[in-house]
Ligand binder design. Structure first.
Ligand code: 1PR
Length: 563
């Protein structure tokens, strides 16, 4: 069989390759236009931005051959941008020409009633009531979406409606989650990142005969108004801080307020071990465990990357590669995403560094230190909104341009600056006050949040509100919000901080630092509108299981993905 994958040279296509290997399907890569002749089935895992996908196809001479392949009637499976390029155009890049096979255009989600990108797990609804499980899809399952642009379901427009297969609701908008007609099947979500439910979709298509793959499902599609069903879930993320221990091995570690070295007075820590890097396990094994336990996403943070170039840090790239082979949910990699110069004088741009991580199997990169510097710089170029202007050269801008904003996370490491209750100085509008029912040492106090760089080692003259508003404008797709004060304390998330940041941006926010028990997850979702919650220590030490957290959330009426 001639199963081929199309890689136009950007983004994480490795994950799909890993998934197919796991499912036992052999494949080849399309490396030249002639390969389309040999292909008897084709999967296009479109990752990145619409413009770079079209440009990548055109510059490699693959655009026309792809169109001809689809027109020939041979089976095609498009993923994400691989679905969007079937349309005439996308608002993401109006001058880029789509294949025009579906006579409609891709639009942008409105952020009036929700945050954009649509990032996370959501359900699908079959448009034809008789289709219960076609193409391995199941309306009771959740699938991983990550996109700002979408194909609206134009049910009154027959030529578009006949492509409609399933829809998904996000906020008030209903869009096409899958399209199916003749030899074409395509999905907006990422089956290769949707855990067991997504693997089932790929496997179902690949187990059909090539004739069935090339033919529409038997039931005639009836255009109808989709049922409203908001299946969007809150995400639970497990984070692994990775660094070399004193023997040079990469280990997962965990700090208390960012201090990762053992203290002699800690539980059972001998004087001999005091000062050693706390070792909580091997990153790849831990990642595999969290995948099986139901984590919706995983983060690997290279916490000492500022000491050297990540491109020279082959062990970290090897960790990402190995993790991506066993984990079929999104993987975020952070640490050292910046312009660097090797000891031999070879320069590498942040875009190059990010590209190496994407090719190794990362879905998003997370930027901390460089994000602070980029916002400091943009503030030197005043703008009417008071946020400043980017000049197009920052890591956030260049990576978002090439890979789409959904691939760029900004990790924020704020620290409280306590002030007198009657304080009237800078950032007075951003003050947070200790709650009467909050931890004892905070009651009656007031503070603002200062940005830090290099893992909290250096304070910068920037507030957390200035930072998050700046990075949103530069093109970040998500905020990972840590708290140095709460990290590793088990006191619960810093709700004042989470609420402050959630209120100031329209992109997804992940609450991080301080989770100590399942009730803390319930509290952060009930009291703030945050999209996801991350924890490290309690999962590493097996104090609380991911399933336990999800069971507690479901019991409180909070929707989460179940296995
Ligand atoms: O600055 O772009 O190279 O990125 C470095 C990254 O490494 C940043 O995202 C920064 O947050 C992280 N980092 C640097 N030093 C440390 C450290 O601990 N010494 N880790 C560090 C930050 C915070 C979270 C942690 C949560 C939840 N760790 O990763 O997982 O606080 O912990 P908890 O649930 O146990 O409370 P750059």
């Amino acid at each position: 069989m001639g199963l081929y994958l199309l890689d136009y040279g950007a983004g994480n296509v490795q994950s799909l390759a890993n998934t197919l290997k796991k499912l036992g399907h052999e494949f080849h890569w399309i490396s030249s236009p002639a390969d389309f002749e040999k292909a008897t089935s084709l999967i296009f895992p479109g990752v990145g931005a619409f413009e770079s996908a079209i440009d990548g196809l055109v510059s490699r001479g693959l655009y026309e051959p792809l169109r001809e392949y689809i027109a020939s009637g041979k089976p095609y499976f498009g993923i994400c941008i691989g679905m969007q390029i079937l349309f005439r155009s996308s608002l993401e890049s109006p001058s880029s020409k789509g294949l025009g096979i579906i006579p409609s255009d891709i639009g942008l989600f409105s952020n009036a009633d929700k945050v954009v990108p649509h990032m996370g797990w959501n359900s699908v609804e079959f448009l034809d009531a008789d289709e219960k499980a076609h193409e391995g899809l199941d309306p009771r399952s959740s699938y991983y979406f990550v996109h700002s642009f979408r194909a609206a379901y134009e049910w009154e427009h027959a030529e578009v409606a006949q492509w409609g297969h399933t829809t998904t609701q996000y906020g008030q908008e209903v869009f096409l989650a899958t399209v199916r007609k003749g030899n074409v099947f395509a999905c907006q979500f990422h089956p290769e990142k949707s855990g067991p439910a997504g693997l089932k979709v790929l496997d179902a298509w690949l187990r059909e005969s090539e004739t069935d793959r090339a033919t529409s499902p038997p039931t005639p599609r009836v255009a109808r108004f989709p049922k409203a069903k908001d299946g969007f879930t809150k995400r639970i993320i497990a984070c692994m801080d990775v660094r070399s221990n004193d023997d040079g091995d990469l280990v997962v570690t965990k700090g208390d307020q960012y201090d990762v070295r053992e203290r002699a007075d800690g539980d059972g820590v001998s004087a001999r071990m005091a000062g050693a890097v706390r070792n909580l396990g091997k990153p790849v094994a831990l990642a595999a465990r969290y995948y099986v336990e139901g984590a919706d996403e995983l983060c690997l943070m290279n916490i000492t990357s500022f000491r050297h170039s990540p491109l020279l840090d082959q062990p970290m790239l090897a960790v990402v590669r190995a993790a991506a082979e066993t984990v079929y949910v999104p993987l975020t990699i952070g640490g050292g995403i910046k312009d660097t110069v090797d000891p031999d004088g070879t320069p590498h741009s942040a875009l190059e560094v990010a590209g190496a991580y994407f090719r190794a199997g990362a879905d998003k990169v997370s930027i901390a230190t460089e994000a602070v510097f980029a916002v400091e710089k943009m503030r030197e170029r005043p703008s009417a909104d008071g946020v400043g202007e980017g000049d197009g050269t920052s890591a956030i801008e260049t990576i978002a341009h090439a890979y789409g904003r959904q691939a760029v996370v900004v990790s924020v490491d704020p620290r409280r600056v306590y002030v007198e209750p009657n304080y009237d100085g800078p950032y007075k509008d951003e003050l947070v006050y200790g709650k009467a029912d909050g931890p004892k040492n905070e009651r009656g106090k007031a503070w603002w949040y200062q940005c830090t760089v290099r893992g909290g080692r250096e304070n910068r003259p920037l507030s957390v509100v200035q930072l998050v508003r700046g990075v949103e404008k530069l093109g970040a797709g998500e905020i990972l919000l840590n708290s140095i004060d709460r990290d590793g304390t088990g006191l619960g998330y810093d709700l004042g901080l989470v609420e402050l940041v959630r209120r100031n941006v329209r992109i997804p926010v992940v609450a991080s630092s301080g989770a100590g028990k399942p009730e803390h997850f319930i509290e952060v979702f009930q009291k703030t509108k945050v999209e996801a919650a991350l924890a490290a220590g309690i999962f590493h030490r097996r104090e609380v299981g991911i399933d336990e957290v999800k069971t507690a959330l479901l019991a409180s009426g909070i929707n989460v993905r179940t296995l």
